[in-house]
Design a binder for this molecule. Structure first.
Ligand code: FES
Length: 173
């Protein structure tokens, strides 16, 4: 096993990765399903992992890279347990989503592409999911928050923790 991967992923994640590849590598056209399953296990697909998968499946790395970059479902950067998606479609942008994006990252203390140190949150931009009447829109995990105040986007985190996240008992804040 590649030592760079051991620095990023746990032994368990890497064992599961190997098992997924073993199960599928003889099946023609199984790359997409392999990548989906490995992303579920590892959380994301950095280049080093893509190269590893390509080597094990005896595919050119460019083929793996092509699939990962073609489907927006795949991510090459780590994500938090709760992904915060800020819509930056036109309607939301006109109503302050640029400021929401900036203030949300400030509130969480992270930059673009980073995850909070406790692994709870990451922030990304999304294009219009089609509910522009709710602009500006932010989605945390599976929950959508409409008409978010661009001056105080942190308020939705309180709401999210109270309404949804605390019920799972996984948030200690
Ligand atoms: S532009 Fe944000 S929901 Fe449509």
């Amino acid at each position: 096993m590649n030592k760079d991967l051991k620095k990023i992923f746990t032994e368990e994640q890497l064992q599961k990765t190997d098992a997924i590849i073993e199960q599928h590598k003889e099946i023609k056209g199984s790359l997409l399903i392999v990548l989906e399953k490995i992303q579920d296990v590892c959380g994301y697909l950095p280049l080093s992992l893509q190269r590893y998968i390509a080597g094990k499946m005896m595919l050119p790395p460019s083929q793996v890279y092509g699939v990962v970059t073609f489907y927006s479902y795949f991510s090459t950067t780590p994500k938090g347990k709760n992904v915060v998606k800020v819509c930056t479609g036109t309607a939301c942008y006109m109503k302050g989503s640029g400021q929401i994006l900036k203030k949300t990252r400030e509130y969480l203390g992270i930059k673009e592409g980073e995850v909070t140190p406790d692994g709870e949150y990451s922030v990304e931009e999304v294009l219009c999911p089609g509910v522009c009447g709710l602009a500006p829109l932010v989605i945390i995990g599976e929950e959508a928050f409409g008409l978010v105040d661009p001056d105080k986007p942190e308020d939705i985190f309180k709401q999210y923790k109270e309404n949804f996240h605390d019920r799972s008992g996984s948030d200690k804040n």
